[in-house]
Design a protein around this ligand. Structure first.
Ligand code: THU
Length: 124
């Protein structure tokens, strides 16, 4: 699957975002190494800090089906991932990260390139 295909899928998923406060609809689609795809959207809350990002929803769906860090080949996102989500992408050792830039092009990164000198638990 190409980055364009996975990001296009995330853009379709974004239509289901629950974002009545920001009105900023985000979608993320995770491609597992076994071929399954898990879509996620941002889910906001009236207590604003409690909202969750689309990337976390998608990874959470994969986790709920029993997938573990290392099981995810790629993620497509409708926009550049926030700092907190970059830590999640690192934890899950996602192979490639694709997202749509504002100029319409597709950015491709490995998680390490999105979060240099990443923090880890000292004993992990
Ligand atoms: N958002 C995401 O879903 N992912 C990101 O990586 C950046 C931000 C959401 C959170 C909030 O619902 C909305 O975008 C505006 O910040």
């Amino acid at each position: 699957m190409t980055g364009e295909e996975l990001v296009t899928r995330a853009e379709a998923a974004a239509a289901n975002a629950y974002a009545p406060y920001s009105r900023y609809l985000v979608g993320a689609s995770v491609l597992a190494r076994d071929g399954r795809i898990f879509d996620g959207v941002n889910v906001e809350n009236a207590a604003y800090p409690l909202g969750i990002c689309a990337e976390k929803t998608a990874i959470g769906r994969a986790a709920s089906e029993g997938l573990k860090p290392g099981d995810l080949e790629a993620i497509g996102i409708t926009a550049s991932p926030c700092g907190g989500c970059r830590q999640w992408l690192h934890e899950w050792r996602i192979g490639r990260v694709w997202f749509r830039r504002e100029d319409g092009s597709i950015a491709e990164y490995e998680p390490a390139g999105l979060l240099p000198d990443t923090w880890n638990l000292p004993d992990s």
